[in-house]
Design a protein around this ligand. Structure first.
Ligand code: CMP
Length: 229
């Protein structure tokens, strides 16, 4: 990205909307562009936190990994989303691993620069807190669903949640474009890949949704929500 492209991009990021022209120029100055190929880790859980990241292009998954390599996806972040703030705020190690879900471009800001941006801009601190609250609420709902819902219930809940956040309403229904494999969808829902596939096929047979490559169309949200048991 050229310096002008970085500046234009930063002006579109909701986290920074209230900055002045001069502050945007200062921010662009302290951002470093980094590119990650699909599947590459940006950092690992337990690393020391050294930077804050804003996604310019692509998507990043936040995961926890078991010793045998299995992963559970805590969140999927897209362009304009940020991550890496937690360890910079509390001084602890990275709470999770960040992996590029597709070829991705991120802007990184060093710990020292991030902290001085926050000191100078209380509005940015507040917006970060709001995002942390939203992520905590989602995490609480996930715990609830893993504890209390059946496998079809967990799949239905995750589809509706992702549809609400990333889907678009079309004539056919709620259309969710994604670049995730079945295994990754299963890792979000907290099921095995086989179970996820079986449940999706059952939902498709019941006319609740249609599966196409990288697109999932929910035809009947109410009926799907009734599976959350
Ligand atoms: P940090 O702990 O520095 O490194 C991992 C990052 O993943 C963390 O900061 C947050 O930015 C992000 N993160 C952690 N948990 C979640 C979650 N449940 N949903 C979305 N992002 C998360």
């Amino acid at each position: 990205m050229t310096p002008t492209e970085i500046l234009i991009f930063l002006q579109e990021v909701p986290l920074f909307t209230d900055l002045t022209v001069e502050e945007f120029a200062q921010l662009a100055d302290i951002c470093r562009e980094r590119n990650f190929d699909k599947g590459h880790a940006i950092f690992y859980a337990d690393d020391q936190g050294t930077s804050f990241y804003v996604i310019a292009k692509g998507a990043v998954k936040i995961v926890v990994l078991a010793d045998d390599g299995r992963e559970h996806i805590l969140g999927v972040l897209k362009a304009q989303d940020f991550f890496g703030e937690m360890s910079l705020l509390d001084g602890e190690a990275r709470s999770a691993t960040a992996i590029a879900l597709e070829n991705s471009q991120v802007l990184s800001i060093s710990r020292e620069d991030f902290q001085s941006v926050l000191r100078r801009n209380p509005d940015i601190s507040l917006k970060i807190m709001v995002t942390i609250c939203r992520r905590l609420r989602r995490a609480d709902r996930r715990v609830e669903s893993l504890a209390f819902l059946s496998a079809p219930g967990r799949v239905a809940r995750i589809l509706l949640e992702m549809g609400k956040e990333h889907g678009e309403r079309t004539d056919e229904g709620l259309s969710l474009h994604h670049k995730m494999t079945r295994q990754e969808l299963a890792n979000i829902a907290g099921t095995s890949r086989e179970t996820l596939t079986r449940v999706l096929m059952e939902f498709q047979d019941e006319g609740l949704l249609t599966l196409r490559k990288n697109v999932l169309i929910v035809h009947d949200e109410k009926q799907l929500a009734s599976k959350m048991i």
